[in-house]
Design a protein around this ligand. Sequence first.
Ligand code: NDP
Length: 296
Amino acid sequence: MTTIIDGNEIADSIQTDVRASVETLTDAGVRPGLATVLMSEDGASETYVSMKQRACEELGIEGSHHEISPDASADALFDRIDELNADPSVHGILVQMPVPDHVEKRAVLERIDPVKDVDGFHPENVGRLVAGNARYKPCTPHGVQKILAAEGIETSGKDAVVVGRSDIVGKPMANLLIQYGEGGNATATVCHSRTEDLAEKTRQADLLVAAAGVPEMIDGDMIKEGATVVDVGINRVDADNEKGYELVGDVEFESAKERAGAITPVPGGVGPLTIAMLMYNTVEAASLQSDVPIDL
Ligand code: NDP
């Protein structure tokens, strides 16, 4: 029997813990605050930011949202980040990517105070993660670790294959999987668009994490019998419904579930965890900046 992993249920349980930490902090006079910054008119980015703000509201986190015109200068964005860095009521800052071409993404990530960088993308935080001393683990791969822990899926000694080498998913995922300790100790292989014979690699995987952004590129034939399959991909494809599209993952679910031991669906798999882990990092940031201990 294949286990279809319910990401919403796991995210709910994490949010229950986050809510308790918000209460601990608020009772101590520290209301956790998350500022989101959007410099784009892209519909998907607007949706992601509003989902993050809604999660703040639901958990008692003080959300504030800042929009900068995509035509404004890079300095307009940097000035806003500086203000948020200096604001003690803001514990976490998230600049929604992508930013316009005239703004250098790397400079944006470096501008955010690393202690408020709840995405974990500042080079200092990337370095800490790689060194095994993470301050904030990037939300999506951290969410994948939470899924594996909730399902009792052992990673130690297993062959893990990550498809995708982005800075936000693939690379930190592989890094977490090879760290010492719980959720790590795996042997990780990272595949990308130049990988030769991808199927030969994925068929070795006890744990397969798909994060390529290519609709349904991994089918049942590419999966080892009994493997755990975590599908990070979220892809819009045309569909004959009211919206005109539907969301599919990087894994072809129907054939994959015939081979996998456990599999995450899209939607309802990894997606809810990403937001839950952002809230988790925000309360961690508030605790770190206020010295009020929490039990997460
Ligand atoms: P990127 O586009 O930044 O990276 C995609 C990676 O996949 C690249 O490393 C690329 O290789 C690799 N790749 C692309 N095509 C292939 C292929 N045919 N074979 C092997 N590797 C391939 O994407 P992200 O990491 O930002 O996101 C990946 C997916 O995850 C997207 O669908 C995104 O929407 C989704 N996502 C979901 C989240 C969630 O909460 N569930 C959060 C974040 C992302 P190369 O480097 O060589 O170009």
